[in-house]
Design a protein around this ligand. Structure first.
Ligand SMILES: NC(=O)c1ccc[n+]([C@@H]2O[C@H](COP(=O)([O-])OP(=O)(O)OC[C@H]3O[C@@H](n4cnc5c(N)ncnc54)[C@H](OP(=O)(O)O)[C@@H]3O)[C@@H](O)[C@H]2O)c1
Length: 255
C-alpha cells in the first residue's frame, strides 16, 4: 500500500497537501495527522482516496509510539511524508511563556524529526519527504526569534537529510514560503506581544505553496522557495551581512 502521510492536515498547508496528494496517482491511501479529529474527518469525507485519521498531539511521546506501532502493523510504502504541523508566536524571547517556547521547539523541531525518523524505514527509491520550514529560517529574526530559529533548524536538518538519503533515491525538500493565508496568523498573534510583527504582506495561498513545492520535490529539489520574495530572501541572507538583514527586518516588522 503506497501511502501519503501528512501532519498538520486539519488546516492550512497540511490540508492543501492532502488535497493535492489525493489527486495524485502516486498514493493509494492518505494518513491524516493533527489534534482536531472532526476537522480530519471532514477532510477525509471530501477526498476520493481512503484516509486513515490519526488524531494525535505530536508533542506527546505516546503519539510517536502509536505511529511507530501503526507503521509496523501496516508495513506501508510511505511514498510521501509532509511534515506541516507547526506554529509560530509573534513576540520577543522575553514575551513568550515557557509553555509557548517549549511547545514550539517540541512541535516544529522534535516532532518533525521524530515523525521523519519513524517513516524513513518505510520509504523506498522514489519516496519524498517535505519538511515545511519557512523563509524565516534563512536568517535570524528579532521579534520572531524563536520561530525563525526552529525553522532554521528544520531547514538545516532537511538539507543534510537529503544528502544522507540521496543514495537511497529518497528526495528531501525543505519548503520555505513567505507568509501564507492560513490559521497560522491567528495562532501567532495569540501572544503577549501580537504587534511584534505588525504586517504580513503578500501572503500566498496554501494551494500555490503545495503545488509548487511538490513540483520542486518531484524534480529532486532540496529547497522550495515558493515565490520570488522567498527566493530573494534566500539569496539576500547569503550575500548580505546578517546584522544588516536583521536591522532591515526589525524596521519593517514594526512599521
Ligand atoms: N502560514 C504562514 O505564513 C507560514 C509561512 C511559512 C511556514 N509556515 C509553516 O507551515 C506549517 C503549517 O502551518 P499553516 O500555515 O498551515 O498553519 P495552520 O493553518 O495553523 O496549521 C497548523 C497545523 O498544525 C497542526 N498542529 C498544531 N499543533 C499540533 C500538535 N501539537 N500536534 C499535531 N498537530 C498540530 C494543526 O492542527 P490541530 O490544531 O488540529 O492539531 C494544524 O493542522 C507550519 O509548520 C508553519 O510554521 C507557515
Amino acid at each position: 500500500m503506497r501511502v501519503g502521510i501528512v501532519t498538520g492536515a486539519s488546516s492550512g498547508l497540511g490540508r492543501a497537501y492532502a488535497k493535492r496528494l489525493d489527486k495524485s496517482g502516486e498514493v493509494e491511501e492518505l494518513w491524516l495527522i493533527a489534534r482536531r479529529e472532526e476537522r480530519l474527518t471532514q477532510l477525509a469525507d471530501s477526498l476520493e482516496k481512503p484516509c486513515r485519521i490519526l488524531a494525535l498531539d505530536l508533542t506527546g511521546e505516546e503519539s510517536m509510539t502509536l505511529l511507530r506501532d501503526l507503521l509496523e502493523e501496516e508495513r506501508p510504502l510511505v511514498q510521501y511524508l509532509v511534515c506541516a504541523a507547526g506554529f509560530g508566536k509573534f513576540g520577543r524571547a522575553e514575551d513568550l511563556t515557557g509553555e509557548e517556547t517549549g511547545d514550539m521547539i517540541e512541535l516544529n523541531c522534535h516532532a518533525a524529526v521524530e515523525v521523519t525518523r519513524l517513516c524513513i524505514p518505510w520509504m523506498r527509491r522514489g519516496s519524498h519527504i517535505l519538511e515545511i520550514a519557512s523563509c524565516a529560517g534563512f536568517q535570524p529574526l528579532p521579534g520572531l526569534n524563536l520561530y525563525a530559529a526552529t525553522k532554521a533548524f528544520l531547514l538545516h536538518y532537511a538539507r543534510a537529510l537529503g544528502v544522507e538519503l540521496k543514495g537511497r533515491g529518497i528526495t528531501v525538500t525543505a519548503v520555505c514560503p513567505t507568509w501564507v493565508k492560513t490559521e497560522f496568523m491567528a495562532v501567532a498573534r495569540d501572544t503577549a506581544n501580537p504587534e511584534a510583527v505588525r504586517h504580513t504582506p503578500f501572503a500566498m495561498r496554501p494551494e500555490a505553496v503545495s503545488a509548487w513545492s511538490l513540483t520542486v520535490s518531484r524534480r529532486g529539489g532540496a529547497v522550495a522557495a515558493c515565490n520570488p520574495a522567498s527566493a530573494l530572501l534566500r539569496v539576500g541572507s547569503k550575500v548580505l551581512p546578517t546584522a544588516a538583514v536583521m536591522a532591515l527586518w526589525d524596521r519593517l516588522r514594526s512599521m
